[in-house]
Structure formats: structure tokens, C-alpha cells
Design a protein around this ligand. Structure first.
Ligand code: ADP
Ligand code: MG
Length: 499
């Protein structure tokens, strides 16, 4: 790919980017979120049309104007969003055989037996063991990815693009993927590998290319670069310190967990939060943040020792956690936090229903006064408290998701990616909300993969990698580069990490 340009709505997303991959090479494509990696690869796969530049295979100019052009040239892609590329209600076999839905492929022309046989052949050639009769909806993420890789390989690809394939995978699944990549490499397939996990990049790639703000920064042999160097190239020269004024933190430990076993990651963590402290938990997508947040909240059979104000409390379920004054604002707010088909008022009063219920009857009058206050207090923009939540903007929905938990008896707040998918203004308001909770002496745990946010809001930043807390930063140690290095699995040796 030479001198590739791409604009979206007049904004340059790629500027003069040149990128190449050789047969049998694993070439890592790196850059922070928004750098342009996926866009570059979607151009190569025919999903986006470039605004400038050329693409060559074997020294010959080719044109890629559609996904089928790319396929014809032996280019396969496993997109970041695997579900968008599969048909959930169809079986593994059907998903493997359907090559291009748009090309008008008709399954009815093939017998089920023929489809199954063909699918089994494809999988066994790649050493993948998977029941071809299973509906895709029942497959794990890792299995879905395998299906996409197998489907690409069945089309005889010479170049395979993997966009953040390991983010959702467990360690075992990652190993399975790596051995598959190794076999493809041996077959002479050129692999373009996008990932944020540095140890992986060091293990698996021959060369790496860094993009930053849509521009090519460097292409180098992986063995010649340290993780620290790669990260500095990804971030550029920004050495942002924590922006907020460091505030004195109370020495009173409000909340502490010791040896918390997190069932979903199989790892153990310990941490504490002081009165009025905002502790940021940084980590890549897939590092185990949500799993850890849920375990801290007593969900999913988590075990360990919980302390509030120095006293041990029994927390064996989210119900116990709520009773002890904890609250979790989950990431998947639409699924877990709120009911979008219900009114704003109803959503705001859900967790406190008990206090509105007398002899089992909901006292609607009281609910009304209570929610009016909250709507004003949280600055929720809604025509009325009776409006259905689904008609509000994402930011306002999130305020409801957070606001419904706010009451004097809650002391410890766990926020899991609270700003996901909301606009800048709504973010600001949520930061203010969190700040004011801290100002009231509440303890905050803020889980996010957006390091920038933590630099703005956190008093202390812990980093999770593969389910474990691997670093902690405060004050001058809390710079983007150090956090990034720890979050991508690099060892912090050159920095002043503390407490
Ligand atoms: P990366 O994969 O490195 O995280 P992307 O290629 O997804 O980055 O995005 C690069 C930039 O292009 C971002 O600023 C993103 O918002 C923008 N972008 C990507 N796809 C589109 C699109 N379809 N329309 C408008 N902007 C887009
Ligand atoms: Mg991307």
C-alpha cells in the first residue's frame, strides 16, 4: 500500500501511509485508538475506498473497490467486530461455506450433507476441532474467530488481516490462535496483525509499523525495538502529567479487599480505596476489568475478604454488596444497569424500590418527588420524568444509570467504562458527578481502557493486565507512557512507580 490517503467527512484519517507485508511474514500494525489501523486495513479488504495512493501485489498495481475484489486478490480479513461478519442463526458449517452473502450464494443448491462435509474438511485441514452442526450463536468468541479465519483460509488467502484478535481471548485461546498463525506463516501466508498487547507483538511479529494520527511513524524489525521504544512511537512526545490538582487524600481506608479471587479471570487481586479517593483502574479491552469489577461487587461466586472502614464484612453476592453500601455501574448499561423501555422516573427509583414500597405497594407519589429531585440534581435532560429512557441521549441514559444508585447510604462506587459511547459534554458532566461524590467522602473505583480519562480524574491509577494488578501510579509517575507500558504488558523498570 503506497501513499494511502483517506478522509471521512473532510477529516484526514490517513495521510500518505505506506505499508507492506511479505509472504510468510507477521507484520504488526500498531497505534493508539483512533490512529487509523482499522481504516487502513478496511481499505485493503475493500470495505472502504481510498482517496489516494496505490495498492500493489507482486509489484503489479491492482484496484480494490469492493470486498470481492480483495478476496479475488487473496486478501482476507477477520474484523474486530466478529459478530458482524457471521450469521448467528446458521450453523458453523453454513457460516463456513457462505463466502459472500452479497454474491447471491444460495445454500439451497447444496445438500446439507455436502455443506457439512466441505466444512469438516476445511476445519480439519486447519486442525481446528469444532462441531460444524452447532449454531454460531452458541459459539464462544474464540470459536467465532476461528470460523472467520477458517473461512478466509478456505478462500485460499495469501494475505490475512487480523484486527485485534486476542482482545477477547483467554490465554489458552490465544495460544490456539498463535499456533494457527504459525501454521499459516509456514504456508507462506502474509499476516497483518493488529494488537495492543506488547509481549504478543514481541513474540509473534517479524516487523512492526506504527501509525499515529493517521500518519506513518516507523516500520522496523521487531527484534531491534524494546517495548518502551515502541510505545513512545505510538504516543509521540506527549508527557502529560495528571492534570487535576493533586488533592490531599484522607488516610482513612474506606474500602479494602484482600485476596479477592475473580472467578472469570482465575486471578487474585487486593486493593484499597481511601475516603474521597478516586482510584482509576486502567487496562486494555479484555484485561479483565469488568470481570474484576463484578467480583468486587460480590458477583459470580467471587471469594475473598472485604473490609469497610476497617471492619470485615461478609459479601457473598451483589445483594450483600448493596446492603453494605457498594454500588456497581456496569459497562453494559443497556443490558444490566437500566431498563430503556421504562420511564426515567421508574429507572431512577429501581434500586431504592424497597423504600418506596409499603406492604408490597409502590407508593407512586413518593417516587415522583424523589425522582424530580434527582433529575435536577444530576442535570438529566428529559422532557419529563415519565419519558421513556430509550428516548434520551446516551449521556443522559448514563446519568440515569449512575444517578439511580446515588443515595446517602452508598459509600463505594464502582464505575465500569462509564463514558463509553457518550459525547464530550456528557463526559464532562459525568466527571463532575464523580468528583462531587468523591468530595462527599465516597470512595470511587473507575475502570476504563481510556487512559486519558484516568489522567483527568483519578488520584491514583492501578493497571490490570491479564486479570492482575501489575502497576500503581500516583503524582509524577502517572504519565500516559508509563500507564500504557504497564497496560500493554511491558515491565516498568525505568520509571518511578509507587504504592
Ligand atoms: P484504530 O483502528 O487505529 O483505532 P480507526 O481506523 O478505527 O483507528 O479510526 C481512525 C479515525 O477514523 C478515528 O478518528 C475514527 O473516528 C475515524 N473513522 C473510522 N471509521 C470511520 C467512519 N466510517 N466514518 C467516520 N470516521 C471514521
Ligand atoms: Mg481499530
Amino acid at each position: 500500500m503506497r501513499n494511502i490517503d483517506k478522509r471521512f467527512d473532510k477529516v484526514d484519517v490517513l495521510k500518505d501511509v505506506t505499508f507492506s507485508v511479505n509472504a510468510g511474514e507477521v507484520h504488526a500494525l500498531l497505534g493508539v485508538n483512533g490512529a487509523g489501523k482499522s481504516t487502513l486495513m478496511k481499505i485493503l479488504a475493500g470495505d472502504y475506498i481510498k482517496d489516494g495512493g496505490t495498492i500493489e501485489i507482486d509489484g503489479k498495481n491492482i484496484s480494490i473497490d469492493s470486498p470481492s475484489d480483495a478476496k479475488r486478490h487473496g486478501i482476507g480479513i477477520v474484523v474486530q467486530e466478529v459478530d458482524t461478519a457471521l450469521f448467528p442463526t446458521l450453523s458453523v458449517a453454513e457460516n463456513l461455506i457462505i463466502d459472500d452473502f452479497n454474491s447471491g450464494f444460495k445454500l439451497s443448491r447444496l445438500s446439507w450433507r455436502a455443506i457439512r462435509k466441505q466444512a469438516e474438511t476445511i476445519l480439519s485441514e486447519m486442525n481446528i476441532s469444532l462441531d460444524v452442526n452447532k449454531p454460531v450463536a452458541e459459539c464462544s468468541l474464540s470459536e467465532k474467530q476461528m470460523i472467520l479465519i477458517a473461512r478466509a483460509m478456505a478462500g485460499n488467502v495469501r494475505y490475512l488481516i487480523l484486527d485485534e484478535p486476542t482482545a477477547p481471548l483467554s490465554e489458552n485461546e490465544t495460544e490456539t490462535l498463535f499456533s494457527l498463525i504459525e501454521r499459516l506463516r509456514e504456508k507462506g501466508v502474509g499476516i497483518i496483525y493488529i494488537s495492543h498487547r506488547m509481549p504478543e507483538i514481541k513474540t509473534i511479529s517479524d516487523r512492526f509499523t506504527v501509525l499515529r494520527d493517521g500518519k506513518l511513524i516507523t516500520t522496523e524489525e521487531t527484534k531491534d525495538a524494546t517495548i518502551g521504544q515502541i510505545i513512545r512511537q505510538m504516543l509521540g512526545k506527549s508527557l502529560q502529567n495528571v492534570k487535576r490538582q493533586p488533592k490531599p487524600i484522607s488516610s482513612n481506608t474506606l474500602f479494602e479487599v484482600k485476596k479477592l479471587h475473580v472467578p472469570d479471570t482465575g486471578k487474585e487481586i487486593s486493593l484499597k480505596v481511601h475516603e474521597g479517593e478516586i482510584v482509576g483502574i486502567a487496562g486494555l479491552v479484555g484485561a479483565g476489568k469488568s470481570e474484576t469489577a463484578k467480583a468486587l461487587f460480590g458477583a459470580g461466586g467471587a471469594t475473598g475478604s472485604w473490609f469497610l472502614n476497617g471492619e470485615e464484612r461478609k459479601i457473598a453476592s451483589p445483594y450483600d454488596a448493596l446492603k453494605q453500601g457498594l454500588c456497581l455501574v456496569p459497562e453494559e448499561r443497556r443490558k444490566e444497569g437500566i431498563v430503556t423501555g421504562h420511564s426515567v422516573a421508574h429507572n431512577l427509583s429501581l434500586p431504592s424500590l424497597k423504600s418506596f414500597t409499603k406492604f408490597g405497594w409502590l407508593r407512586l407519589k413518593k417516587e415522583k418527588g424523589f425522582t424530580k429531585d434527582k433529575i435536577a440534581q444530576l442535570g438529566i435532560v428529559t422532557p419529563s420524568e415519565e419519558s421513556l429512557l430509550k428516548n434520551l441521549s446516551g449521556g443522559n441514559q448514563q446519568k440515569v444509570a449512575i444517578g439511580k444508585w446515588i443515595s446517602p447510604e452508598r459509600n463505594v462506587f464502582l464505575f465500569d467504562e462509564p463514558t463509553k459511547g457518550i459525547d464530550v459534554n456528557a463526559k464532562k458532566e459525568i466527571f463532575q458527578l464523580i468528583d462531587s461524590l468523591a468530595g462527599q467522602g465516597k470512595g470511587i473505583l473507575y475502570f476504563t481502557s481510556e487512559t486519558e480519562e484516568l489522567l483527568l480524574i483519578a488520584d491514583r491509577i492501578l493497571v490490570i493486565y491479564d486479570g492482575e494488578i501489575t502497576a500503581s501510579f500516583t503524582g509524577t509517575g502517572a504519565i500516559r507512557e508509563n500507564i500504557m507500558q504497564a497496560a500493554t504488558g511491558g515491565k516498568i523498570s525505568e520509571t518511578n512507580s509507587s504504592s
